[in-house]
Design a protein around this ligand. Structure first.
Ligand code: ADP
Ligand code: MG
Length: 325
């Protein structure tokens, strides 16, 4: 790109925000690469996620929400590792230079970057089919990262916050579109969880040296629990009546609520294995977040969901798999 809408111009205008200087950022946007300091005795934690227009988001998704979500989803991966964020880089591909879109996107992205103290330290800006790729960098004391491996039979299965709110918001959005309504704006009621997710960074940090294994719920509880169990070489039982439900699910038929809470994606809560001797109430207080035991890790393999009488419930496990359909 060249001229008034050159890459340089766009970066200056939308992404070179005077990020609150962090002592970890030795060199930020503007050079050939950024320099970050990693504390002695820590490991560097890196994760990348790409959102493709038309596959992961509608072209008319409110851009401020999109900027927020792209960062929040990546921060959730750092949270699930128990990491402290150091910085973020953003690779943005846009089909055309739409200043309103860029202004709103960067506003959403940078507001969360500031709120979560994760400075934007670099990126790449190109023209092409719409795509947003975010790479987060963090650090964790060596050996203390929360992995998917490590859960043992007898550990409690614990989830943060409440589930199903994002799926409820998505259903609302889909209905609006089917009815031919204009796309929701980012403040649409009922869509808060879908449009403005938050990453459980404080919870992840608090789980270091306490939880044996952890994962964030991005594809749906059953799908992500399945990954955790497979990595840990054990099974799990979910007690459906104990699952904390988002208030948006109140009044919904039971089978729909169950589907949204157990298989809906994008809630970005943390799911973890807590050994029997680790006090839950204290942990919940220290991370200032509700934590709920929803079942137990078991010997064997696979995930089962049971009702109040211990009878098996059938729940479709369709998580988000973008190559599946
Ligand atoms: P180079 O050609 O060396 O890759 P660029 O012209 O792509 O450099 O980028 C110049 C500077 O602006 C670099 O420091 C890069 O990290 C930063 N940058 C480019 N695009 C973005 C963006 N979307 N967000 C944040 N920083 C960006
Ligand atoms: Mg570049």
């Amino acid at each position: 790109m060249s001229g008034p809408d050159s890459e340089f111009d766009l970066i200056q205008r939308y992404f070179a925000a005077p990020a609150k200087s962090s002592p970890d950022v030795h060199l930020g946007i503007g050079d050939d690469a950024a320099l970050l300091g990693v504390q002695a005795g820590h490991e560097l934690v890196v994760s990348v996620d790409t959102l493709v227009e038309g596959t992961h988001y509608y072209p008319d998704h409110p851009p401020d929400s999109l900027g927020h979500k792209a960062l929040a989803a990546n921060l959730s991966d750092l949270a699930a590792m128990g990491a402290d964020p150091l910085g973020v880089v953003l690779s943005l591909t846009v089909p055309n230079v739409d200043h309103d879109w860029l202004a709103a996107f960067s506003r959403g992205f940078l507001a969360l970057s500031e709120q979560a103290s994760v400075p934007l330290v670099g990126g790449d800006t190109t023209r092409g089919p719409g795509a947003i790729s975010v790479t987060v960098l963090g650090q964790v004391p060596t050996g203390q990262a929360l992995c998917r491996t490590g859960a043992r039979p007898g550990d409690r299965l614990v989830v943060s916050g409440a589930l199903g709110g994002a799926a409820a918001g998505l259903a609302l959005e889909c209905r609006r579109r089917e009815e031919g309504q204009r796309p929701a704006n980012a403040q649409a009621p009922g869509c808060a969880r879908l449009f403005w997710p938050s990453a459980r960074l404080a919870v992840g940090r608090g789980l270091r040296n306490r939880a044996r294994a952890a994962i964030d719920i991005s594809d749906g509880l059953l799908a992500d629990l399945g990954h955790l169990c497979a990595a840990s070489g054990c099974g799990a039982r979910v007690d459906w009546p104990r699952v904390p439900l988002d208030p948006l699910l109140e009044g919904e038929p039971e089978d729909r609520a169950r589907q949204w809470a157990l298989s809906g994606g994008e809630d970005y809560e943390l799911l973890f294995a807590l050994p029997p001797n680790e006090p839950l109430e204290l942990l919940s207080l220290s991370v200032r977040t509700s934590l709920t035991v929803i079942g137990e890790f078991t010997a064997g393999s696979g995930v089962e969901v049971v009702d109040a009488n211990g009878a098996r419930l059938d729940v479709a496990r369709t998580g988000h798999d973008h190559f599946a359909g």
